[in-house]
Design a protein around this ligand. Structure first.
Ligand SMILES: C[S@@+](CC[C@H](N)C(=O)[O-])C[C@H]1O[C@@H](n2cnc3c(N)ncnc32)[C@H](O)[C@@H]1O
Length: 393
């Protein structure tokens, strides 16, 4: 899964082309990388590269429907430019036409393997077109149908953002036990396992999503032994945790230091249950609140709102009662979210306020690195990152 590759002879456009193809990015985007790589047209050299490096390297058997769409787009682009298409590409396209039936695709249960390469620049002094990268490759089985597995079998932008956040700030997770709600394909769990966190608990309320998540952990060598230990010395568990029926005493036993979630704020019917779960996980009954008050001049003014936008928050982040030590004692949640409907988000905030949760927008103050520059389908500017903690007064 983790691969150090010195790409001395590779230019950044070439790396972006391969990475975008293996991540099954929309064919339009991959073809435009191919054009950039060829300096404006998809030359025979570029086509040979696509054949030898992209197509031969990919798990073609699983991804024939994607390959069919990609080759169609590629061939149309080359022909419309008056260039010659390599025989291998034609033959592969004909093979795809014969193998993939459109009615199978229409059923929408088709799975595919997407390989995401998180690219860490190794030497920032190089010009951007010839960077050397360290790569973390994560392979995920996901569905072409966005609603399959109660939405949990697709990749969502907030999941990519939260993964970049974890890999950009690994120290935040060091020695911490982490629990994710609505984990979906398990990408966040794979990234957490790369940090020094002590424990990872991935949860979801959909059983088919959990089965797919388990498969993805194995695809990334994160299967566990009898004691739940991964090869990387942290423990990892996948649990069925529907927010509606999660019992309070069961939730209290987890005692995570950090709660995570990506793209979980979208269904108004689920929100009261989600917020209840967050409040139970974030409130520590055993925490000595009087200690937290020591050294604090003021408690929260009674009229203080429970939402801190970046404009209203002094540092973009808050600690309980302004005590700099409190953060080490009290759990926090990092929730990445695309605000699709402002009413739904405001509803989430009002529920959070009732549960005494303080929600701070930290998108600009803790900006993750852009580790997926070739994933053009992912609009990172649409994702906000919220830090949430329990207000003890
Ligand atoms: C939009 S997906 C996001 C998945 C993943 N976090 C990501 O960003 O790729 C929402 C996830 O929340 C889970 N979910 C939705 N409602 C839930 C509920 N009531 N209880 C537990 N999980 C739920 C779904 O099964 C799904 O995996």
């Amino acid at each position: 899964m983790e691969k150090e590759e010195e790409l001395h002879e590779s230019s950044t456009p070439c790396l972006h082309l391969v990475s975008a193809f293996l991540a099954c990015e929309p064919p339009d985007f991959v073809v435009s990388f191919a054009r950039d790589f060829g300096g404006g047209s998809i030359t025979e050299r570029v086509q040979s590269f696509i054949w030898n490096v992209c197509i031969k390297k990919s798990d073609v058997k699983c991804n024939l429907p994607y390959l069919k769409r990609f080759l169609k787009k590629l061939i149309v682009e080359i022909e419309s430019n008056g260039d010659v298409v390599l025989d291998e590409l034609y033959e592969k396209y004909i093979y795809c036409l014969a193998s993939v039936k459109d009615d199978e695709l229409a059923k929408g249960s088709t799975r595919m393997l997407r390989r995401f390469s998180f690219l860490f620049p190794k030497d920032c002094s190089q010009p951007s077109s010839f960077q050397i990268f360290r790569k973390l490759e994560v392979t995920l089985q996901c569905s072409l149908n966005m609603l399959e597995g109660d939405t949990g079998c697709s990749i969502w932008p907030s999941g990519l953002f939260l993964s970049e956040f974890i890999l950009s700030f690994p120290e935040v997770f060091s020695d911490k036990s982490c629990l994710e709600v609505g984990s979906g394909v398990g990408l966040v769990g794979v990234c957490l396992a790369q940090t020094n966190c002590s424990k990872v608990i991935l949860t979801d309320g959909d059983l088919s999503t959990l089965a797919n998540m388990n498969l993805n952990l194995e695809l990334n060598q994160l299967g566990t032994d009898m004691l739940g230990h991964t090869q990387r010395n942290n423990t990892l568990q996948c649990l069925y945790l529907p927010w509606e029926s999660a019992a309070e005493n069961e939730l209290r036993e987890f005692m995570p230091d950090i709660v995570l979630g990506a793209d979980v704020i979208y269904d108004p019917l689920c929100l009261p249950h989600l917020v209840r779960v967050l409040a139970i996980l974030l409130k520590r009954e055993d925490l000595n609140v009087s200690h937290l008050n020591n050294g604090c001049k003021d408690s929260y003014p009674p009229d203080r709102r429970c939402f801190e936008s970046e404009e209203t928050s002094s540092a973009g982040e808050l600690d309980i009662y302004g005590d700099p030590h409190a953060e080490h004692l009290s759990p926090v949640a990092y929730i990445a979210s695309v605000i699709r409907t402002i009413d739904t988000f405001n509803y989430f905030l009002s529920l959070a306020e009732k549960e005494k949760l303080l929600v701070s927008d930290i998108t600009e103050t803790m900006k993750p690195l852009d580790l997926l520059p070739y994933v053009k389908s992912y609009q990172r500017s649409n994702v906000r990152m919220f830090k949430i903690s329990y207000l003890y007064k």
